[in-house]
Design a protein around this ligand. Structure first.
Ligand code: BGC
Length: 341
């Protein structure tokens, strides 16, 4: 006999509910299964995050980490999370592509009693259990502080601003940090923002187009490009080099990607923000394993995500240029000196 009301979605949810009972039994065991849902593996950093997280979770006793990446697609990421729920994972760790698009999937995790940890990027308006990240406002402040410590003498600096993906809550926090430093200088008449835009999906090609548009609109007489990460910095620098301006305009970044560190040593990018991923990924693995085993992790902050005050932990970031590259990124083993020659 078939029930006409048993839609595929209901069947999936019923299965998820059943498996969550099994999952609850797992949770008291010493060997939890962790689901890791990533937005993307496009930027180099997420590959490091994944590798460190998986290794550390296994070292701490996780039986398995099931990793899925959604390729910057909201529908795919909702499907990934639903599939991890139906696999009966004991805890979910999610880097959302879109901070606002996952609340339904998180609700299904809540119904299945699977704890949810937001990693690096916040999930908005959803009942998540923890948020582990870097100090994202500080990232933006450090980018803008570096840029404005190098203003041209005797004239107003001409600045282009390239923001990240409008779907990423972090991109807004980076902008907010930049605003904290840049707005007073705009008001004081020390700098002028000649062009600004958001790079869809943090795409370097989108950043290149923004830079091309900036040059078309404002000309080649530019001083600073506040690019929000290394990928967008790379796109901007490509557009600048086509105009023989690479190295003449100060460009910021974030992530300490290999290509960006090489550009810094060569002089086409001025700085990056080093985020010690080891600290965040190691912490997240510990929190995930603890939560799965029913141990309450210690948090140091709370953040309002629109639905609740989410217990959070922030890791610190470091501004890096040519002068402190060896003492930070290289000394930490994040990049190798030989690769930067
Ligand atoms: C991360 C950055 C990263 C960007 C693009 C942001 O949410 O915090 O480290 O460069 O996403 O993936």
């Amino acid at each position: 006999m078939t029930s006409p009301s048993l839609t595929p979605r209901r069947a999936l949810l019923a299965l998820a509910a059943f498996l969550s009972l099994v999952g609850a039994a797992f949770a008291s065991k010493e060997k939890p299964v962790i689901g890791l849902s990533l937005d993307t593996l496009k930027e180099e950093r997420w590959q490091h995050d994944r590798d460190i997280f998986v290794a550390e979770a296994k070292r701490l006793g996780a039986a398995d980490v099931v990793v899925l990446s959604a390729n910057s697609d909201d529908t795919a990421q909702v499907r990934d999370v639903e599939s991890l729920i139906s696999k009966g994972v004991d805890v979910l760790v999610i880097v959302p592509h879109n901070g606002s698009a996952l609340s339904r999937a998180v609700k299904d995790a809540n119904d299945a009693k699977i704890p949810v940890i937001a990693y690096d990027r916040l999930i908005l308006n959803a009942n998540i259990d923890y948020y582990l990240t870097f100090d994202n406002v500080k990232v933006g402040e450090e980018q803008a502080k570096y840029a404005t410590a190098h203003l041209p003498a005797g004239r107003k600096a001409r600045v282009v601003r390239i923001y990240g993906a409008p779907t990423d809550n972090n991109a807004k926090l980076f902008k907010q940090g930049q605003d904290n430093i840049l707005d007073p200088l705009v008001k004081a008449g020390k700098i002028e923002v000649v062009h600004e835009d958001w790079a869809t999906n943090w795409n370097p090609d989108a950043a290149k187009k923004i830079m091309n548009a900036a040059i078309t609109k404002a000309g080649t007489n530019l001083d600073i490009v506040v690019a929000s990460n290394d990928g967008t910095a790379g796109g901007a620098i490509q557009a600048l080099s086509e105009e023989k301006l690479a190295g003449k305009v100060l460009v910021t970044g974030q992530d300490a990607e290999l290509a960006a560190c090489q550009r810094i040593m060569r002089g086409t990018q001025a700085m990056t923000i080093y985020k010690p991923l080891k600290n965040l990924a190691t912490l997240a693995a510990k929190v995930a394993v603890d939560v799965a085993k029913g141990t309450k992790p210690t948090t140091t902050a709370t953040l309002d995500n629109g639905a609740k005050q989410v217990p959070s932990i922030y890791e610190q970031v470091i501004a890096v240029d040519k002068d402190n590259m060896m003492a930070t990124v290289v000394a930490d083993g994040f990049q190798k000196a030989a690769d930067l020659k």
